[in-house]
Write a protein that binds this ligand. Structure first.
Ligand SMILES: [Zn+2]
Ligand SMILES: [Zn+2]
Length: 362
C-alpha cells in the first residue's frame, strides 16, 4: 500500500472512531426526540419557545424553555409531586432554572416547588405578596431562604427576567382579595406572533380586573384558571383573549368535578380547541414565533408512549385505584395510567369494591 493510501486509511479510521465516540446511537437520539424538549445540550438554542404543561394530577406545573435555552418553572404541583417534577425537569435537560414562579400559595401549585428549589440552582423566584399558614407554604419559604434567594413580587406590570421572550405579569392587578386564588400571578408570554397566557387559579374577579387593566389580553393559548372551575373563564375574558387553544390542568376523576361543564361550554361556544392533562397527559407546545406545534404524552412522567395499553383494546372496565370508581373503557373521565386497574367484567369490579362512575354509568 502506498504512503498516500495509508494516510487516507488512517484519516478514515480516525473519523469513524470520533463519530462512534459521541456515545449516542441513532436509537437514543430518536428516543430523545419523542421527549417534549430537544435536550441535546449542544443545541440548547432551538429558536423555539416551548411550553410544557406537566401532568401532575390535580395541580399545576408548567415548564417554559425560551429560544435561547433559559428555563422558567411556573408552579410545581402538590408536595408529593416535587420529586416527580424534579426528575421530569432533569429528563428534559434542565440544569438550572432562571425563574421560578409560585402563582399563589395553594399547595396544589407551590407544594412541589420546595423540592425543586432544593434540587436545582435557581436565579429568581417570584411570588404574589400574600402569605398562607400551611406546612407547604412554610416549606417553600424555607427552601427559598436556604438558597439565599430573595422573593420578587409578582404583580401586574412587572417584567419577568427571562431572555429570549417577552414575559410579564398581567395580574394580580390589586391586593386585599378575600379569595387566595385571585392573588394568582398571571403570566403573558410573547414570542414573535405567538402568545400564551398562564392564569394560575385566577377567578372571575381577577379576570374582570385584567379586562379593566388595559393589558393586552389577546393570545393564542390560554391556560384556563382554577383547573376548569366554573368560577373562572368567564365569557367576557374568553372573548378578550380569543385563544385558539385552551389548556385545562386537572386530575382525572378529581374530587371537585373539574373541569366544570360551564367552562367547557364557554370554550366550545367560542370555538376554542381544548387540551386537558387528565385526558391528554403532559401537553407540550412549541412555537417558532409564527406557528404552534402541539404534542402530548398520555399518562405518567418519563413515559413517552402508552399506545400499547389503549383502553379500546381492552374492552373491559377501568378502575381508579384511588377513588375506587370504575368506568367504561371509553369514558371521558378515565384516571391516568398509573392509577388504572384493568377489570374484565362488571361483576368483578363490584366484587373488588369499585363503584360505577356517574358519567359513563357502567
Ligand atoms: Zn388555588
Ligand atoms: Zn389550584
Amino acid at each position: 500500500m502506498s504512503k498516500k493510501r495509508w494516510t487516507i486509511m488512517l484519516i478514515l479510521i480516525l473519523i469513524i472512531s470520533m463519530l462512534s465516540g459521541c456515545g449516542q446511537s441513532t436509537s437514543t437520539v430518536k428516543e430523545q426526540n419523542v421527549l417534549p424538549f430537544d435536550n441535546q445540550k449542544q443545541e440548547s438554542k432551538t429558536n423555539q419557545l416551548e411550553v410544557c404543561f406537566i401532568d401532575c394530577g390535580q395541580g399545576d406545573a408548567i415548564l417554559i424553555k425560551t429560544p435561547v435555552g433559559e428555563y422558567m418553572l411556573v408552579d410545581g404541583g402538590k408536595v408529593e409531586e416535587g420529586k416527580n417534577i424534579s426528575d421530569f425537569l432533569r429528563s428534559q435537560g434542565v440544569e438550572q432554572l432562571a425563574v421560578v414562579v409560585g402563582t399563589h400559595p395553594h399547595s396544589d401549585h407551590i407544594g412541589g416547588l420546595a423540592e425543586v428549589i432544593k434540587t436545582f440552582p435557581v436565579q429568581k423566584v417570584y411570588l404574589p405578596r400574600v402569605t398562607h399558614n400551611t406546612a407547604a407554604f412554610e416549606a417553600l419559604l424555607n427552601a427559598i431562604k436556604g438558597k439565599n434567594l430573595k422573593i420578587s413580587t409578582a404583580r401586574q406590570g412587572v417584567e419577568i427576567s427571562l431572555s429570549g421572550v417577552e414575559a410579564r405579569f398581567i395580574a394580580p392587578v390589586g391586593e386585599g382579595y378575600d379569595n387566595l386564588n385571585n392573588y394568582s400571578a398571571v403570566i403573558r408570554l410573547d414570542y414573535g406572533d405567538n402568545s400564551f397566557i398562564l392564569t394560575g387559579d385566577a377567578e372571575e374577579f381577577s379576570e374582570k380586573e385584567m379586562l379593566g387593566s388595559g393589558e393586552k389580553l389577546n393570545a393564542d393559548v390560554l391556560k384556563v384558571g382554577h383547573h376548569g372551575s366554573s368560577s373562572s373563564t368567564c365569557p367576557d375574558f374568553v372573548r378578550a383573549v380569543s385563544p385558539q387553544y385552551a389548556v385545562i390542568m386537572c386530575g382525572a376523576d378529581n374530587d371537585y368535578g373539574h373541569p366544570h361543564r360551564e367552562t367547557l361550554t364557554t370554550l366550545d361556544t367560542a370555538g376554542v380547541k381544548v387540551y386537558r392533562t387528565d385526558l391528554h397527559g403532559t401537553i407540550n407546545m412549541k412555537s417558532d414565533g409564527q406557528n404552534i406545534n402541539i404534542n402530548n404524552t398520555t399518562g405518567d412522567f418519563n413515559q413517552t408512549s402508552k399506545s400499547a395499553l389503549k383502553p379500546e383494546q381492552n374492552n373491559g372496565y377501568i378502575g381508579n385505584k384511588n377513588s375506587l370508581k370504575f368506568h367504561r373503557s371509553n369514558c371521558k373521565s378515565l384516571p391516568i395510567e398509573k392509577n388504572r386497574v384493568y377489570i374484565e367484567t362488571r361483576d368483578e369490579a363490584i366484587a373488588r369494591g369499585f363503584t360505577p362512575c356517574g358519567n359513563c354509568q357502567p
